[in-house]
Ligand binder design. Structure first.
Ligand SMILES: NC(=O)c1ccc[n+]([C@@H]2O[C@H](COP(=O)([O-])OP(=O)(O)OC[C@H]3O[C@@H](n4cnc5c(N)ncnc54)[C@H](OP(=O)(O)O)[C@@H]3O)[C@@H](O)[C@H]2O)c1
Length: 344
């Protein structure tokens, strides 16, 4: 495993992170499978584990906490969690207020069975809380020793730039990382956010590097593979993933990658992950897996690099897609919510 500098900080993280929204979840990995996956991931040298207070209704944090405490491996891990999503019915069980952040960090530490996390992220933008309130609360979390670094997830470039300015002028802990969606067929992050992060030396961790499974090539235009996130019939997420990925442009990319993978003898997963990893400004992709065989085959794909001539063809496929496809920004970047966020 290779390790990379985490933004402008002195910390080093594995060149891929493992994301745990599948752990401790009836639709994902049960506790025993979660423990096996975590052990396999750490044995492979991945030291960055990503979770959130909202994954599996807090049970992802529970499962990770139990595993790290029981195995004595907490010290090996750069542990990230998040706050901001709704975690209860109360009026303050959501958002990026000082109230919710200071309660949220203590709840996460309790579930994770640790006295600190390494990175604490605001899961998405909160247009109803002043950014200065959020940044000051995070600074207090850092000063209390409960988080080493802080950052955001799913914020637009202008929102991140504003937060960096607020922390700079007030000498507060600044956002050292943004975590957002980024892959060959959802490349919108490269338009504004990644250039800003290169300029400001902010780490970029890319979630859904395999398009939540779409870029493994297992889904067909005629329908999603059942037993997957896309195929989950009762799951609102299955529908929203299909809306994000199921169109002619994106299936065409899958077919081109499939042909290239067959012709070159390279696993398709390797091509998709390497494209994300090699994009300048990206610190690490965050891979997900809900079964042991999935993490094993992904680790196998990561054990070697595809040669340059194959990767230059992957880049051509990605560039052609970006040229011919209207850019789909994350919802936070669409014009109307952005204007609302400024005016509230
Ligand atoms: N900040 C945010 O808002 C946010 C949002 C999303 C994700 N994340 C983080 O990023 C992590 C990864 O996101 P992601 O799950 O979308 O990443 P991904 O790596 O693009 O997709 C992972 C999914 O692809 C399928 N898969 C993985 N490996 C496979 C293999 N070898 N063969 C076949 N299928 C395979 C599995 O889904 P199926 O078995 O269901 O097909 C797996 O759950 C999450 O766990 C979370 O930590 C953050």
């Amino acid at each position: 495993m290779r390790y990379v500098q985490f933004g402008r900080t002195g910390a080093r993280v594995s060149e891929v992170a493992y994301g745990t929204d599948n752990l401790g979840n009836p639709h994902g990995a049960d506790e025993e499978t979660s423990r096996q996956i975590l052990g396999t991931v750490l044995d492979a040298g991945i030291n960055h584990i990503d979770t959130s207070d909202s994954y599996s209704d807090g049970n992802s944090e529970n499962v990770i906490g139990k595993y790290l405490e029981g195995s004595g491996r907490r010290h090996e891990v750069f542990l990230t969690t998040k706050v901001r999503s709704r975690v209860g019915d109360g009026p303050n069980d959501v958002g990026a207020s000082r109230y919710h952040i200071l309660n949220g960090i203590d709840e996460s530490l309790r579930r994770l069975r640790t006295d600190h996390v390494d990175l604490y992220l605001i899961h998405s933008f909160d247009s109803t809380t002043p950014v200065e309130e959020t940044v000051r609360a995070l600074d207090d979390v850092v000063r209390a020793g409960k988080a080493r670094y802080v950052g955001c997830s799913n914020w637009a470039a202008w929102q991140l730039a504003h937060a960096l300015w607020v922390s700079d002028v007030n000498n507060l802990a600044r956002f050292e990382c943004i975590q957002s969606e980024f892959n060959i067929v959802r490349p919108g992050l490269a338009v504004e956010t990644i250039p800003l992060c290169i300029l400001e030396k902010v780490a970029v961790t890319a979630y859904s590097p395999l398009g939540a499974g779409f870029l493994t090539g297992k889904h067909r235009p005629s329908g999603a593979e059942s037993e997957t996130k896309f195929g989950a019939r009762d799951d609102a997420r299955g529908g929203s993933l299909k809306r994000k990925y199921f169109d002619d442009y994106r299936f065409e990319v899958v077919e081109k990658l499939r042909s290239l993978a067959e012709e070159s003898g390279q696993p398709m997963i390797r091509l998709a992950l390497q494209w994300v990893r090699e994009t300048p400004g990206v610190t690490s992709p965050i891979i997900g897996a809900r079964r042991l065989d999935q993490i094993e085959s992904t680790l196998e794909a990561l054990s070697e690099d595809a040669p340059d001539d194959v990767m230059s063809r992957v880049r051509e496929i990605a560039e052609e897609f970006a040229r011919n496809t209207p850019v789909t920004y994350p919802p936070q970047v669409q014009a109307i919510p952005a204007v609302q966020a400024v005016s509230t």
